[in-house]
Design a protein around this ligand. Structure first.
Ligand code: ATP
Length: 497
């Protein structure tokens, strides 16, 4: 499941990352869960602006999948599933990470990540052949689950803990990443169930229900957005790796033998979707999996360049008929599809696209965070910070300000607010100077600020100010709906797909 590469970490970007994290808290995007009790490690809450951004991202994915494709439908399956689901999917047996502790620093590491980091260091020293040998041996030991040999490799390579600088390691043990809980009141073994570690299985066990009730013909897809839970051992980097997170997954059911062509199609479609949402092409890259998961015959990650390096944001996997066949075996219920075109029954193959809503959120937050030098009205050099979100995903679409609290300006501004609020998420603000109000909206990523002044009362025009350029112009109130609507419409994104 994991195919992480260790990237270099430029100090400058790390400090930008700290700023993004602070910004997220200060402006109501992301809070540490249960903060008043000193937080719960690697669990986060989304604040008033974060939830809007996240919902917009999810809606953009949902519509791009279901509305733009007449052969993709959505479902919403339960988080709790029959425990046999996870036996069939292979999660009970093998959804585990090989972990070891350094006895001096008491820090816990993933064995494969230590070795991958070591291989990167060898490459940096010009020893690429040696690095490849290490990775090949590691892959072999991982495949055969030979944990003793994996530790011997770490010791032979003299890999040390970065904190204690010693190689005083414990044995390597496999830690299953699934959270378990009890169903009902009885704590018998048979009632142990799991919080789903991925949303995909909710789709697989429902594929025939959807196919039959929707009279779906292959190829067709099922999309789902929902929570997933993994007891990540080394959880870090803010919302990049959490223990409770949200996935947006689509399983595309196809005729066996056509997987190569559909895999390529979805690989290209998904990259284009990220670009259309405003992530720059040079911050996106593919990373082919060398070490394939037990269910896949091809897999690629779409990586985004976070401030801590290029890291996985989305996975595209050719999952063969693994899951459906395993469910067929364990449930003893046929999972075959009757293909009228060729008069044959078969278990479909599956291409999966799987993106983390939280990692996507983090990518957009990091990408939007902009520090810019500019001059203010008095010619003084000032630093301006703003969030340059695509208007379609911005949490607040426009802010309405009366210039002052007097002379019926608030009433007029409120009238505009009430007219537009039926279609857009707006902010109304009458406190502070206009300049301060602009600054605050910049920090939230609001693309438009609309100021109502005395001239408005005479000619029904307002000043509209654009976030990215800080330009202002006069516009009739009647033109506001179109001005905002055109910019924030998801149509602008979908036209690029
Ligand atoms: P990683 O190698 O980073 O652990 P993975 O390969 O295990 O990720 P998948 O099982 O392919 O991830 O899950 C699909 C997507 O779900 C990932 O691309 C990522 O965006 C998201 N995701 C997975 N684990 C987490 C997590 N712990 N926190 C946040 N998002 C996650």
């Amino acid at each position: 499941m994991s195919n992480e590469k260790t990237a270099t970490k430029p100090a400058v970007s790390e400090s930008i990352f700290q700023k993004v994290i602070s910004h997220a808290k200060e402006y109501g995007f992301v809070f540490q869960s249960s903060e008043i009790y000193d937080g719960l490690a690697s669990v986060y809450d989304y604040g008033q602006n974060g939830v809007e951004l996240k919902n917009n991202l999810k809606m953009c994915w949902w519509k791009a999948m279901t509305q733009l494709n007449d052969n993709i439908v959505g479902i919403d399956a339960a988080i709790l599933m029959h425990p046999k689901t996870w036996v069939a999917s292979g999660h009970v047996a093998s959804f585990a990470d090989p972990m070891l502790d350094n006895k001096d620093s008491k820090k816990r590491y993933r064995a494969d990540q230590l070795l991958e980091k070591h291989a990167d260091e060898l490459i940096a020293k010009g020893e690429a052949v040696k690095a490849q040998q290490v990775l090949d041996i590691m892959n072999e030991h991982l495949k055969t689950n030979d944990l003793k040999a994996l530790l011997d490799l770490i010791l032979a390579e003299k890999i040390k803990c970065p904190l204690s600088n010693t190689a005083n390691w414990t044995e390597i043990r496999q830690f299953n990443l699934m959270f378990s809980t009890q169903l009902g009141a009885m704590a018998e073994e048979s009632s142990e169930i799991y919080l789903r570690p991925e949303t995909a299985q909710g789709i697989f066990v429902n594929y025939l229900n959807v196919q039959k009730s929707g009279r779906m013909k292959l190829p067709f897809g099922i999309a789902q957005i929902g929570k997933a839970f993994r007891n990540e051992i080394v959880a870090r980097q803010f919302i990049f790796r959490m223990r409770e997170f949200e996935q947006m997954e689509m399983q595309f059911f196809i005729q066996p033998g056509t997987q190569k062509e559909w895999y390529e199609k979805w690989k290209a479609t998904r990259l284009q979707w990220h670009k259309a949402l405003g992530l720059p092409a040079d911050k996106l890259q593919y990373h082919d999996h060398v070490k394939l998961a037990h269910y896949a015959d091809a897999a690629v990650d779409i990586e985004f360049e976070f401030p801590f390096g290029f890291k996985e944001m989305e996975g595209i996997h050719s999952r063969t008929d693994f899951d459906l066949t395993e469910h067929e075996k364990l449930s003893k219920k046929k999972q075959q599809y009757y293909d009228n075109d060729i008069n044959k029954n078969y278990v479909p193959y599956v291409i999966e696209t799987s993106v983390g809503a939280d990692r996507l959120f983090l990518a957009h937050l990091c990408n939007a965070y902009t520090e810019e030098q500019g001059t203010d009205a008095n010619g003084e050099v000032k630093e301006r910070i703003y969030l340059k979100f695509h208007p379609a995903i911005a949490p607040i679409k426009a802010a309405i300000f009366p210039l002052t609290k007097k002379d019926s300006l608030p009433e007029k501004a409120m009238q505009i607010f009430n007219d537009l609020k039926l279609d857009f998420n707006l902010n109304y603000e009458e406190k502070d100077s206009i300049g301060k109000r602009y600054t605050r909206q910049d920090l939230l990523g609001t693309p438009f600020c609309i100021t109502v002044d005395h001239q408005t009362l005479e000619d029904n025009t307002v000043t509209i100010r654009y976030r990215d350029t800080a330009e202002q112009k006069r516009l009739p109130i009647a033109a506001l709906h179109k001005e905002i609507g055109d910019a924030v419409s998801m149509k602008r994104i979908f036209e690029l797909l």
